[in-house]
Ligand binder design. Structure first.
Ligand code: CMC
Length: 430
């Protein structure tokens, strides 16, 4: 067998075939099995895609064993400390950090696109007041495609760039409008004199009746949370965006599909579920009972904010967010019993053999909700916050995919286990 191939012998025929081994910059060597059906007439079976690379990508790298996360090669802790969300969005889409002039142009363009069409506002009024923000986000994002017919030629570089920038520019306005609708307050227009995160806070919390002072601690916390959530390679929602985009669907439809995938409690819905769980646990004495429930295979309860498909070590984002929790809560001068409870729950779980053996650690969602809550963002909005931040990652992947000349429609195979072919039975004979 040559060094760069994997040979597979079909014992039923004795035929041996060599498959190329692809060597990534970082990460596991990957066997290219795309010729398997042609060469050996087989498909592969990999439920949940646990060992299948669905695409090549230059954007994000995760080493789940070591707890490493890189955006375009830059470690997440360095970006969290030194960058801003908008700079990270530029980096994800373009591959390099912007020069001063490039950033100023990008920032100015994003600001110039931050308003939503006035007709879109009536969409919000069509939703009942208690609609979940993710229901509104998914619907309103999809409806953006009804407004930009002039720039939806996905084979045109400029149209793709415009659509990607529009998505990043408008998503804070949409997310804040979802919140305002749910509490019956007027939608607040974006302000171009504010930074991306300041503007979002202003749209969330200002009201026409009085002045709203933007808290710099809240801005710093949002910058950090948005950076940490911006991308995470081929997770369920990003894969959904790619699969949808592979059909040639427009980017707004793709991001709406990403929103729908993100909403589930096993994915972006977990941050909301963590707070619900902490409320339910209530106090430190109840922790053992909930740990026992999480370990009980007959109980569907899972420790929300724990475990990850890729990280089998600490999620580096969770470490950074836990530090931020300390800073935000002490700056706000708040006693936070839920944070104390979360710290204790983490400690108990990390000492428990069940969690140790399965390498289950706190993930990004375990602490993020506590910061959002301290900033006055209600639980129902947590997943919408995740979606807002992940939008830059989604569009970066969509752009990368659309620029790939080898793009193919995503079309998995299946292992059919249903009835064998049979003849139709007339109703009287059934
Ligand atoms: N609580 C209790 N047991 C767990 C948990 C948990 N949170 N997570 C995994 N396990 C168990 C699981 O039951 C299995 O046990 P066994 O080997 O005895 O059957 C083992 O650990 C391996 O887990 P898995 O289900 O095979 O892992 P997965 O990669 O399929 O699922 C996960 C990953 C994130 C969906 C899962 O850990 C989970 O549901 N966690 C809670 C929800 C959550 O916090 N999601 C946010 C993920 S990070 C942000 C994001 O992606 O959006």
């Amino acid at each position: 067998m040559s060094k760069d191939t994997l040979s597979v012998t079909d014992n039923s025929t004795g035929k041996t075939t060599e498959f190329p081994i692809l060597r990534p910059v970082h990460g596991n060597p990957t066997v290219d099995i795309s010729s398997l059906p042609k060469d050996l007439d087989y498909f592969t079976f990999d439920p949940g895609f646990v060992s299948t690379a669905s695409c090549k990508s230059d954007i994000t790298y995760i080493d789940g064993g070591k707890g490493v996360l890189l955006y375009r090669g830059y470690p997440i802790d360095q970006l969290a400390e030194k960058s801003s969300y908008l700079e990270v969005a530029y980096l994800l889409m373009n591959g390099e950090l912007p020069t001063k002039a490039e950033f100023e142009d990008f920032d100015a363009e994003i600001k110039s696109m931050s308003m939503i069409n006035e007709s879109l506002k009536s969409f919000f009024n069509g939703f009942y007041h208690d609609a979940h923000p993710m229901a509104m986000m998914t619907g309103v994002v999809a409806s953006l495609s009804a407004f930009y017919h002039e720039a939806l030629d996905m084979h045109d570089d400029e149209h793709r760039r415009l659509s990607a920038h529009r998505m990043i520019a408008k998503i804070p306005t949409i997310a804040a409008a979802c919140y305002k609708h749910s509490i019956g307050q007027p939608i607040v227009y974006p302000r171009n004199d504010l930074s991306y995160c300041e503007n979002f806070l202003n749209m969330m919390f200002s009201v026409p009746a009085e002045e709203y002072v933007i808290d710099p601690v809240a801005v710093k916390a949002l910058e950090l949370l948005f950076i940490l959530h911006a991308d995470h390679e081929q997770n369920a929602s990003t894969s959904t965006v790619r699969l949808t985009g592979s059909t040639g669907a427009n980017p707004f439809a793709c991001v709406a599909a990403g929103n729908a995938a993100l909403w589930g409690p096993a994915h972006g819905g977990a941050n909301e579920a963590v707070l619900i769980m902490l409320d339910e646990i209530g106090s430190v004495e109840n922790i053992p009972k909930f740990i026992a429930k999480a370990k009980d295979k007959n109980d569907p309860f899972k420790l929300m904010g724990f475990g990850h498909r890729v990280y089998r070590n600490f999620d580096p984002r969770a470490k950074i967010i836990r530090e931020m929790c300390h800073e935000v809560l002490s700056n706000l001068g708040e006693e936070n019993p839920l944070f104390e409870l979360a710290l204790k729950l983490e400690q108990v779980a990390l000492e428990d053999a069940y969690f140790v053996e399965r390498k289950l650690y706190p993930n990004v969602d375990f602490y993020s909700g506590l910061i959002y809550k301290a900033l006055g963002i209600p639980e129902g909005m947590f997943t919408a916050m995740f979606s807002l931040a992940r939008t830059s990652g989604w569009v970066a992947h969509w752009l990368e995919m659309m620029e790939d000349p080898s793009l193919k429609i995503g079309r998995p195979r299946q292992l059919y286990m249903g009835a064998a072919m049979r003849d139709y039975v007339p109703e009287a004979e059934r």
